[in-house]
Ligand binder design. Sequence first.
Ligand code: ADP
Ligand code: ASP
Ligand code: MG
Length: 815
Amino acid sequence: MKVLKFGGTSVGSSKNINNVVSILNNYAQKDQVICVVSAVGGVTDKLLEAGYLAQTKNSDYTDKFETIKSIHLNLVKELIPEHNETVLETVTTKLNGLKSLLDGIYLINELSPKTSDKLVSYGELLSSYIIAETLKSRGANAERKNSQELITTNANFTKAEVNYPITNTNIQDYFKNSTFDITILPGFIASTATGEFTTLGRGGSDFTAAIVAAALEVEQLEIWTDVSGMFTANPKLVKQAMPIEKLSYQEAMELSHFGAKVLYPPTVQPVLSLQIPIHIKNTLEPEAVGTIISQDSTSATNTAKGITNISNVALLTLQGNGMVGIPGFSRRLFQTLAQEKINIILITQASSEHSICFGIDEKDAEVAKTAIDAEFENEISLNKIDPILVENDLSIIALIGDNMKSHQGISGKMFSALGKNNINIRAIAQGASEKNISAVIAQKDVKKALNILHEVFFEGNIKQLNVFITGVGNVGERLVEQIKQQRKYLKDNLKINLRVIGLSNSRKMLFNEDGLTLKNWKEQLNEDGIPATLEGFLETVKSLNLRNSIFVDVTANKDVADLYAQYLKHSIAVVACNKIACSSAFEKYKELKTLSYKYNAPYLFETNVGAGLPVIDTLNNLIASGDKVTSIQAVLSGSLNFVFNNFNDTTKFYDVVKQAAAEGYTEPDPRIDLSGVDVARKILILARESGTEMNLEDIENTPFLSEAGLKSDTVDDFYQTLIADEAHYQNLFASAKANKAQLKYVAEFNNGKAKVGLREIPEGHPFYNLKGKDNIVMFYTQRYPEQPMIIKGAGAGADVTASGLFADIIRIGNN
Ligand code: ADP
Ligand code: ASP
Ligand code: MG
């Protein structure tokens, strides 16, 4: 004999019921089959909604009823297209009964737990009848037996307790004489000895099946549902979750008690002592292996088996000096809760005994507070204890596994992963059995926390990075392309799952929580993007609340830079090629560094100096390893290098600058480069990163531009001065030529002071042969006193800058 149970989704449509029918027919060829069914998916909720509307004198309950009616009549018509008159008639009669019940509730505006059980029983009564008739109409030797005649309970309506001796006898007696190949039983519903309708609690069809399986001591209980087993985490919240092949009864109980809805918690109890395995299978994918729950779970390699969550939890804290050392507080507290029939999900007590903290369902919080404050009224009035403290909008997450106890460091790993991602933990409980470590966190952090823990415990160290890019102009575009091209490589070789979640230019922004495919991303941004604002972008990044979020600033915009602090405060890393933040007032730079440290959110800006060259990283490594910088000599402007490498007595200064601008080597306003401000910013950043407190004004800047060029008001005016002052620039060249020197724009940092300016570089100097748009940086340090550490290479250009940004992103991934 086999016992199978099919849940709401499995019987939620005629298509799915057809799947069920074919599974049953297959089984029935080998063995006698008992099949427990739920109400059609969503019907129990709809019945309760209709009941609530009727009770509150809202006549819309009739609409709900009509929906329920058409769901069932349609199923009959689709499943039994011919000769369905009797079935339709019986279903209609049942529905009329339901309608009368609802009318009655409306009339007296009262919905007691007893009536509620009667009301919801229609769901399973209807589904079981229709499924049995479908089987019969197709020639199966099938029958429906009403479980209310088999399962006897007490009168604890909505969650009745089973009387096993009577129930077991009923079931055994009935099936002893049954000759049907397939018997359909409605799940969830039962009755008292006096025939009142009861139910076994929401989700209770699983339990019905377990009761029957145990009474008949069958070999195996199969729970057929809409997922391929019990997963490492709720697959609706964690995309990477995977089915767990084997679980022990204890693990399954812990997982279901702590929120894995796929199995109703009491289900394990009847089959446990008989050691009947439970097999969870997917009706929509019958060939999938599913999960086996049994005494033995040893094959698993993972110590942690799953992560679960319970939402809508309230945390209550009873505290006060009067509690210390005085026995009986806990007993009174929990007795009070028991009297109110309030279920406690989690308890923690600090060893000081100064406070007891426990988690309950949020909907019970009011009642609990009133009852506890009343119980301790006397102590509260004497200031021995405080009125009970209630915190809402919380959730419990739990890490579960039998073998966690024999492995050290699991809870450390769990809490450090949460801490690193700035998830605040309100309370912790670890059962003495160490099969379960639970933490109470804010409801808004649940999805993020589950995904972080899943990554750490189940994903073979693949780390997900969630990137949000603002500014997809020249450099930004290359960055997106590089990410698109390298994604697979990163996953395979560096175990980094790099996802672009958001993109924005100055007009549009586009998001996809599951990661943008990046195919035709430009068109998509234009067509599907919503109007962009900097605050809107920030708010979306914050509200998505994804782990390892990285904001990438590929603009040169001050307003964007002004928002870095907000990103960092929400533990969102910032990667910027925008130099403004790092070269603004020292306090601002310092603040960002502090926030980055405090919120564990990297702030990286390698591309601020030398584009993709690893200048800042190298400097940071020197300093981190205890070295001290004494001097920095550098050529840091790709654009100025381009200009002075191409300017001579056969070219015109104006033409060369124009060409540099056209090739994208200068800032949109070339004065920023030619005035030396850009280079000053760069040496400022290097000085600061070397540990010197310095501002832009402290840098000595000797300009080489003509008087008129320096004073020009607009970019156009500036270009005009280049033409007018050609002689001034030719003089600079002639002087250098006479001295057999090359013109280079040099930045220097010596003993805490910095300066920038145009220099005549003699032959033999490392800067002399610097070509094209190359940069060079020479670090003189305590360890490199005479021969400097030199970094040299292309210091401008979209591709190299993009690759510098890319490297910063990967640095975060490797961290
Ligand atoms: P049924 O109607 O078949 O009884 P349920 O809705 O009660 O199905 O349970 C299945 C659902 O449980 C899944 O669709 C899934 O959303 C949810 N669920 C939550 N946690 C888990 C988990 N750890 N593994 C599998 N499913 C889970
Ligand atoms: N139909 C009931 C419910 O929705 C029982 C079940 O599906 O297990 O809770
Ligand atoms: Mg269920």
